[in-house]
Design a protein around this ligand. Structure first.
Ligand code: ARG
Ligand code: ZN
Length: 873
């Protein structure tokens, strides 16, 4: 960064806005060369703020004119500096007219108004509205919006904004048309949206429980109409689920979803007009995998659920982002759990949290669920705010139960509908509705880092009692040391030697306790004594992953194998297998003992595979070794290349030891006609194929080719390709070439093709990725493409961490190139340097050199500056 380093904003500095905006009437005049925006705002002093007659508006658009109560203001009557427009000496209330001039075609940041494929779209959260006009661009300023769009009829037949369409017509020469929209609900500017362009629409209807007939519309490029059915059915399911589970109904007559191929994130919940990355709308069986179908359903649900948790009740300031995101992720997780297998969903979510959020919480950008400061808010749309935030909400759910949680939600809406509030307000509603004290619990919002629980069990045969001692501590994180104990719900079960479940009874109980008991851990060290036991029990701890913590317990390997086979808690069956596998992998990595996998692990996997068909989706998860990134977190001064090599070696051993079983599993689940509900069988089959591909002299090439050619769906086609992605075989080249040709016109499918190659174990990955950047389907300006190719390379531990530093150098070059185009995307990419402290010193130094080079670059964005400077601290 050059002259002045960017400055941070602090939660402690929050003050109510000095002015409020009651109404905004916007007019977008869309012309070939540019778009003119006229904003008329009804402004008044905020009675709840300190009196001031200086109005300061956020904005970075080209300012054309300012009028106050109809009078044009001379340039001397205002100042514009650092993206703030200052108007001194304004009256108590007035009408302000602002005219700006935008160039959407030149806007590569994809924030504010931008062009994609000739159409226009907006993204305003968190601070994009200021790129459109000058405004009090903060979520606690809520106004009623109307929007008129005027554009050429041929080029922009579809003109959309929030709320209800109240009028439309033609201009005098009939070449242009206009549409006016009015949103009856007050909203912050970040929920504003417009869309203009040539789009096709899938239309359907939904009648709410209360009898409102809602028109549902999904707008996509004409060629994508055959990929919209799943999104529509997902939307209807979401609407129904929110009525059934939370009693929440939709509140406008139209619900619109628009898909766009150039989008920074997943999707956006603009009131009545969601804008989505195509990745989370478009799906049919030829182009989308089972995983993609699941993703579409979850994101459609997520954005729909925001209508209540986010839009009707919004955030007071951006530090409260998890108020809406953590809660809405929790809601979409519960929805998905109800749509599929609850246990499998929980395992997937916990696995994601541990592989991605735990490292974030242990790294240089660690921050609390409610951050205390930020330089660039876009950097705080994080796994911590979203996924850990959802875990925090889930812990409240666990503590108060489903009915208590519903009461808390009801009270939250009764108190705060139409308001901009804080995380404190949410917790207060939960506490008040359930008459419990959540004071200590709130530390989950303010303390960063992943708590560690060290648990031990003492057995007292004479008294038939076992006492469980739980110690907790939380590692220091940047700016936070000496943390106070958390309030942790710890779900515990007890297993007998025959695998049956024993009641978890405390001395204070007058009857046998439940089979799963949620203990409230609140102290740094605490002991719980279980009574009425005839034998020493084996504890099953943190059932269903009841808290986002790391838990240590000195299980013997045989005990883990036993839990893996017998625990009634599916999550802990999975967890026991993963713990056993992690131990083995780290032992091999450290070169301790035999250089081969233990019989205990191989037997456990054999048993899982023998029982796989009763729940193939679960089996596919249980038979997958812990990810390399998870292993990296458990090792100091790690050599990432060696970690990858050890994991591959372990996979090869499992392939050989269980070869017949893998082959049988592959055959049992092959050649079936496609049904969505067979996703678990496909997952197991493709896992089997990936193991078979590791057999020396095996015929995986032939099996994969057969599967690829006969595939009637993308999951199987991708499974075949993935199984060969690391090989140098002729079959591989043939399949990859066929795939690229077959799907040349399908942008989202080409993303998969890029990702498979960028994630390959082959030595030539960097050369391949560099060459693919020249491929006609690649574009540095498209976030999906960058994530699919360059992002995937950054996640390829072996290639990114190449000992010669070539991976680091490549990534730093790309970060700088992309930063000039789209800072948000660049800042996500540069985060792959965040685990520098985990890797061995030689690599860490090579990483530091590249980070320093990025930081020294002239004109670096605030986004990248914030991440890199935290890295180098
Ligand atoms: N609120 C959106 C969601 O549903 C995310 C928008 C984030 N956009 C951004 N440019 N940071 O999660
Ligand atoms: Zn969200």
């Amino acid at each position: 960064m050059s002259a002045s380093a960017p400055v941070a904003k602090y939660l402690k500095d929050y003050r109510p806005a000095p002015f409020l905006i009651d109404r905004v009437d916007l007019e977008f005049d869309i012309l070939d060369s540019h778009t003119s925006v006229r904003a008329r705002m009804v402004v008044k002093r905020n009675p709840k703020a300190d009196a001031s007659d200086t109005l300061q508006l956020d904005g970075s658009a080209e300012l054309v004119a300012v009028r106050l109560d109809g009078e044009a203001l001379a340039p001397s009557a205002w100042t514009l500096a650092d993206e703030v427009l200052t108007l001194p000496g304004v009256p108590e209330s007035f009408i302000l007219d602002i005219e700006t001039r935008l160039e959407p075609a030149a806007n590569t940041s994809l924030m504010g108004l931008y062009a994609s494929n000739g159409n226009l779209y907006t993204q305003c959260e968190p601070e994009g509205f200021r790129k459109i006009t000058y405004y009090l661009d903060r979520p606690d300023v809520m106004a009623k919006f109307s929007t008129t769009l005027i554009a050429d009829r041929q080029r922009f037949p579809v003109l959309l904004s929030n709320g209800n369409k109240v009028g439309e017509g033609l201009t005098e020469n009939r070449k242009r048309h206009w549409v006016k929209w009015v949103d009856p609900y007050r909203k912050p500017a970040y929920l504003f949206a417009v869309v203009a362009g040539k789009l096709s629409v899938l239309r359907d209807h939904y009648t709410t429980r209360g009898g409102r007939k809602v028109t549902l519309e999904i707008y996509v490029a004409p060629a994508d109409m055959d990929k919209t059915a799943h999104a529509m059915s997902s939307l209807k399911k979401s609407m129904q689920w929110d009525e059934q589970v939370f009693g929440l109904e939709y509140d406008l007559d139209t619900y619109m979803i628009v898909a766009v191929g150039d989008f920074n994130m997943g999707a956006m919940e603009n009131k009545g007009l969601n804008i989505f990355n195509t990745k989370f709308v478009l799906a049919n069986r030829e182009t989308a995998t089972d995983f993609d179908f699941e993703g579409v359903e979850a994101v459609i649900a997520h954005e729909y659920f925001h209508n209540w948790t986010g839009n009707r009740v919004t955030c007071r300031d951006w530090f409260q982002l998890s108020l809406k995101e953590g809660l809405t992720v929790f809601r979409d997780q519960e929805f998905s759990a109800d749509m599929q297998s609850r246990a499998v969903k929980r395992i997937e979510d916990a696995r994601g949290l541990r592989a991605l959020q735990f490292p974030e919480d242990a790294g240089p950008t660690a921050h609390p669920v409610r951050p205390e400061s930020y330089i660039e808010m876009n950097n705080f749309y994080t796994l911590t705010v979203y996924e850990k935030g959802a875990e925090v909400v889930r812990m409240i759910h666990t503590l108060v139960g489903a009915a208590g949680f519903r009461q808390g939600m009801d009270l939250y809406f009764r108190r705060h509908d139409g308001q901009a509030v804080t995380c404190e307000d949410f917790v207060a509603a939960m506490a008040d509705a359930n008459h419990i004290d959540l004071t200590q619990f709130k530390r989950w919002y303010s303390q960063a880092g992943t708590p560690v629980l060290d648990v031990s069990l003492d057995w007292f045969a004479e008294g038939g009692a076992a006492s469980l001692t739980v110690r907790q501590h939380c590692p220091d994180t940047p700016g936070q040391t000496d943390k106070l104990p958390f309030h942790i719900p710890l779900a515990v079960g007890l297993l007998a030697a025959d695998g049956s479940e024993l009641p978890v009874t405390l001395a204070s109980d007058d009857a046998p306790g439940p089979l799963t008991r949620v203990l409230s851990v609140t102290e740094a060290e605490q002991t719980f004594t279980f009574v009425g036991l005839n034998e020493k029990p084996l504890p099953s701890l943190l059932r269903n992953f009841s808290a986002p913590v790391r838990l240590n317990y000195a299980y013997r390997d045989e005990e883990l194998a036993f839990l893996c086979a017998h625990d009634s808690d599916a999550f802990n069956r999975w967890e026991a297998g993963q713990t056993l596998a992690t131990r083995e992998l780290l032992r091999l990595y450290r070169g301790e003992g035999e250089a081969t996998l233990s019989a205990c692990l191989i037997d456990a996997f054999a048993q899982l595979l023998d029982h796989a068909d009763s729940d193939p989706a679960f089996a596919a998860l249980a038979l997958t070794l812990p990810a390399e990134v998870e292993l990296l977190e458990l090792q100091d001064h790690a050599d990432p290349a060696r970690l990858c090599q050890v994991r591959e070696q372990a996979r090869a051993e499992l392939a050989q030891a269980l070869a017949e079983r893998w082959d049988a599993a592959w055959r049992r689940h092959s050649g079936l006609a496609f049904r969505h509900e067979d996703a678990g069988r496909r997952a197991l089959k493709n896992l089997a194929l990936s193991y078979l591909a590791l057999l020396p002299g095996g015929d995986a090439g032939a099996l994969a080719s057969q599967q690829y050619q006969q595939a009637d769906n993308m999951t199987d086609r991708m499974g075949a390709l993935a199984a060969l992605a690391d090989s140098h075989s002729h079959a591989r080249d043939t399949l990859f070439a066929d795939f690229a040709q077959r799907f040349a016109d399908e942008a989202l499918v080409m993303d998969k093709w890029f990702t498979l190659q960028a994630g390959s174990r082959r030595q030539d990955v960097l050369r391949t990725v560099t060459a693919l950047m020249e491929h006609p389907a690649f574009a540095l300006t498209n976030p999906n493409k960058v994530r699919a190719l360059i992002g995937a390379f950054g996640r390829n531990l072996a290639a990114f961490h190449a000992a010669d530093g070539s991976g680091y150098r490549f990534m730093a070059d790309q970060v700088l190139a992309i930063d000039a185009i789209n800072p948000q995307v660049a800042s996500r990419l540069v985060s792959c340097f965040n685990r520098r402290s985990r890797v061995e010193p030689a690599r860490a130094e090579l990483m530091r050199v590249e980070l320093a080079r990025v930081l020294a670059h002239d004109g670096l964005s605030r986004d990248v500056y914030e991440i890199v400077s935290k890295n180098l601290n």
